[in-house]
Design a protein around this ligand. Sequence first.
Ligand code: SF4
Length: 216
Amino acid sequence: MTKLLPVVEKFHSLQGEGFHCGKSAFFIRLAGCKVGCPWCDTKHSWDSKKYPLLSIEALLYEIKEARLKGASFIVLTGGEPLQHNLDELCEIIKNRTESTKLNPIKIHIETSGVNDFSGFFDWITLSPKRHNPPQDFFLEKCNEVKIIINDTNDIEFARNIKNKIFDIKKQNNNEKKFFVQPAWNSNNGYKLAIEFAKRNPDWTLSLQTHKYLSIQ
Ligand code: SF4
């Protein structure tokens, strides 16, 4: 029997945000988050006890089905997916999606970076939070940084995070992608993020395109 994980929802859709926006992916939203962002748009996911525990085998079946229908990677999201140890999930997904014809399916994760790291990923999206900053490990290892913008303090936070990554790596950050994303329905956030991206071409505006399209 493999590990059981609390799952809010799982679905095949398009990645709506960030660097891989518009690409076909299978999403697994794990329940549980203690980060407590006041503007969180997935507050329903915070309490993991509300959701069914699913086996990795059951998830694997759906991953394989979605892959046959075009999903080119998995996105582990939440909640905060790293509240759970993801070693076994990643290992089984990688081992069991490889064949003579297919490479293992790629696994992406979206995390705030406050919990200990587990699992192995082809892409790490770090969405750090001002009131609960990430561990340095994530600043170093992430592939993209996505800062949610509500007010001017978030713009300052975005600058500080980028500087901190530079300090840790002691080299330029060309291989990392930096996004500012307005909080949903925050007019101030939209104005600030647009102006910031206009003035700072090393940052890109990210929008939650799935919400505009009313898709999952
Ligand atoms: S880390 Fe994500 S899921 Fe958790 S409270 Fe913040 S926005 Fe919501």
